[in-house]
Ligand binder design. Sequence first.
Ligand code: UD1
Length: 426
Amino acid sequence: MSRIIIEGGIPLKGRVRIQGSKNASLPIMAACLLTQEAVELEGVPDLEDVRTMSHLLKHLGVKLQHIRQKERIKISKWSLQNYTAPHDYVHRMRASFLVTGPLLARFGRVKISLPGGCAIGNRPIDLHLKGLTALGAEFSMENGYIEAEAKKLQGTKIYLDYPSVGATENIMMAATLAEGTTVLENAAAEPEIVDLANFLNALGARVSGAGTSLIRIEGVSSLHGTHHTIIPDRIEAGTFMIAAAISKGEIILENVLVEHLKSVIAKLQEAGVYVEEIFDGVLHVAMEDKPRPLDIKTLPYPGFPTDLQPQFMALLTLANGTSVITETVFENRFMHVEELCRMGAQIRIDGRNAIIKGVESLRGAPVYATDLRAGAALVLAATAAQGVTEIRVAHHIDRGYANFDQRLLKLGARLRRTERKVQVRT
Ligand code: UD1
């Protein structure tokens, strides 16, 4: 079991380079199932979730090499060995479900375990199934596995009841090899969807409208290989920006796409944080005072991202007044609240709202990283807290942040990590 032990109260200062996006890498890796030709991906972060997707693709037969130090993935000509995505991978990471669309489109068959992932509420897959069914797939369920078959997918008009990121990606990938045109309405518009569409088009697909709520996919008979660079991770960038703010430090972030962070930058500035793009893709973030209180509502892009809600809440625990955060994307994404309260935060939950009364300071305490972003929020809170915080089950953080502790150390944080072997009783 991993623990991160942090002695707080030190302003974080220095430079950090933002890595390629996790949430763009995972669907793009899954999309490699749509072609048998060679693909090279640059900017793929060395993360636990990327390793899980690599293992799953290899299990299916993909010849994949992840050159971690170079953040590169190389895929050479391959052939399908297996059409089953086992429980072990899918349970570990919900994004494993993204192989469903590509496998159906290319091989007409898939068997996949029902997904797991972060413990942030009920996360159904009904929209994925609805879209793929509309394209002609037939689903059945047995023993915790979903099986699907489709002789040939047929383009059609699909309206998503909610702009789900994963459902948009699964349907978009499947539709690239369908017969005729698919029109996807109320689609998600996240930058990661645009990156996936750009990748698919580089493979020879015909996708237009990505980044808006209406995506049009004209089916083609086959796709070829390509070389693609993943966009920078906006959530990682936001996390380091909040790290600068909460610790009253000063951080220069490199490799940032500012247009993907408009809502986050607006909220940081409203809180009194200094944020400026000093060169193309280089952000200067600094904070001297306590943050001002404010209200936030998480929403699909371009709204404020739910994946930065826990980290921003950590910052607002120290505001000079009361803030309200409304979580509209996930129903149970307040698991970090109890942990922040152990550190002295004053937060009350009322349905989908968290009411955060700013306190003078946080105090170190033993806390649990209940999921990936909650873990990041606790690390940030710990850098600002008085005394020592011990963050338990810290391996959750490795799913989304490469070398997080090492990079914080370089910024001046006082922390160490311990790995304790779990004793198995026989
Ligand atoms: C992706 C991101 C995740 C982020 C989320 C929202 C990846 C790998 N993960 O997750 O980090 O927090 O977008 O920005 O990119 N829903 C349904 N039915 C479905 C699918 C989703 O009701 O079939 C609901 C979910 O329960 C949730 C909401 O829609 O309440 C958003 O989910 P979705 O956009 O699908 O998120 P993910 O793709 O799982």
